[in-house]
Write a protein that binds this ligand. Structure first.
Ligand code: SF4
Length: 443
């Protein structure tokens, strides 16, 4: 039997940590947790909004590796939104990881006598800290809706995540991105009778932000993201730029520059992007999802159909003239370029391709960023690739990303808090953990 066939997950992780000693161990482990998910002992789950721990909000996608109906107790008592890992045999500095649930994961969070730990294949590898329930989650809107549903916060409270449209108008296999479960997630929450608003009224969003502004005593929230599905026709009679623009305008009128405003939308024509800027938005994310030309049209067929890859990239550069290159931060989903049946078969090819894309943008001053692919089972790519991409790919991507940032003399992108292992709060990939630590200048 080959070594690969007998190797444990612990062997895999520790072998890669040894081969890539310049990548922080925290970042390597975080990537494995994001691609694999956590199992939770029942005792480590939250009491939803009635307890002391901040529950998982399902802020846009499910980010779970089993459907809600198969999560057992974790579907009734939600897991925490994030965990903070420290210590253990790898001497982890504080590492914030978004919670993706997978009852079959070799990583398990358990509660022994009030002390939470993370184990890998039964061996304890970290202490687990949980996010406390923020005071603003204890208040509701006048219509009874919760702040968690209307304006959840992630990244340890740093980012208010406003998914104002819970559906995408790219619809079905010929349009939906192959890794995305936004439409399925909407359906499953509705089916389970959870509050889950398709289109969030502007007034609800403003009211929830008022509550956050009032009760976020520590001023932990520094940014908001306005996002949701793509609009190819209209919503509430509005095309995409008008639809998302109305929230941006209302928020910035009510709370001028209180938070760093970000919009995730399609790559829109320059005049639409200019309006976001004029409303007071600081950062624009026209996500290109995957670099390779063939894979883009196969994995994001809606983006190819409605905009097209070359035009998408051209609009990214147009947007850089509006916002400034540093403030246009397109995302890609790390790992999907290795997904069967279309993806690259070797890590070398996948890294070479993705690095070409990073070079293309970074050489022009634009710093993309990435989220780590979560193979959700109800998506075509998740169904065919339940284990996601190889961990080696994710670790080598961190290396390539860091090298390319350095090569072009760029800084970590703005709007993500402080970089460096032990400091980073960005929870859905470890690109911020893997960048060199920034000097923190006292106020
Ligand atoms: S554009 Fe793609 S990734 Fe974004 S919501 Fe629509 S299907 Fe999902």
């Amino acid at each position: 039997m080959s070594k690969a066939a007998t190797a444990t997950r612990t062997d895999l992780v520790e072998d890669l940590m040894a081969r890539f000693p310049h990548i922080p161990r925290e970042a390597a482990l975080k990537e494995d947790l994001l691609r694999t998910g956590f199992a939770f002992d029942e005792s480590a789950l939250t009491d939803n909004l009635d307890g002391e721990i901040k529950p998982k909000s399902y802020f846009i996608f499910s980010f779970d590796q089993k459907p809600l109906a198969e999560l057992g107790e974790a579907a009734k008592r939600r897991p925490p939104e994030e965990v903070a890992l420290t210590g253990g045999p790898y001497g982890l500095r504080r590492t914030i990881v978004s919670v993706r649930v997978n009852p079959a994961s070799p990583y398990r969070v358990t509660d022994a006598d009030g002390k939470l730990t993370l184990s890998l294949e039964g061996r304890e590898i970290a202490e687990v800290g949980l996010p406390p329930m923020p005071e603003y989650y204890r208040h509701t809107l006048a219509n009874g809706k919760t702040v968690m549903e209307t304006a959840p916060t992630i990244q340890w409270g740093y980012l208010i995540y406003l998914t104002v449209l819970r559906l995408c108008q790219y619809f079905g296999a010929h349009e939906e991105c192959g890794f995305c479960d936004i439409n399925h997630n909407w359906r499953q929450h509705k089916r389970e009778g959870r509050p889950y608003t398709g289109v969030k009224p502007v007034e609800d969003v403003l009211e929830a932000l008022t509550i956050i502004d009032r009760y976020d005593d520590a001023k932990a929230s520094k940014a908001y993201t306005l996002t949701g599905g793509s609009v190819t026709s209209t919503v509430d009679g509005l095309a995409e730029a008008d639809f998302y623009g109305r929230y941006a305008q209302a928020i910035e009128e009510r709370f001028p520059k209180r938070w760093i405003g970000k919009v995730v939308a399609q790559a829109l024509p320059r005049e639409d992007v200019q309006r976001y800027k004029d409303y007071g938005i600081t950062i624009y994310h026209p996500n290109y999802e995957v670099w390779d030309k063939r894979l883009f049209s196969l994995i994001s067929p809606g983006k190819q159909r409605y905009v097209g890859r070359e035009e998408w990239h051209r609009r990214i550069f147009d947007a850089a003239e509006v916002f400034g290159a540093r403030y246009v931060i397109p995302n890609f989903v790390a790992g999907v370029e290795m997904a069967k049946p279309f993806g690259f078969e070797s890590v070398d090819e996948a890294i070479a391709s993705t690095t070409e894309g990073l070079d293309y943008f970074m050489s022009r001053g634009i710093t993309p960023r990435f989220t780590t692919w979560c193979p959700e089972p109800t998506t075509p790519l998740g169904r065919d690739n339940p284990d996601g991409a190889p961990l080696e790919y994710h670790i080598r991507l961190l290396e390539a990303y860091r090298d390319t940032v350095e090569k072009h003399g760029l800084k970590p992108p703005p709007g993500y808090g402080v970089a460096g292992a032990g400091n980073a709060v960005f929870s859905v990939s470890s690109f911020m953990d893997a960048l060199p630590a920034e000097e923190v200048v006292p106020a």
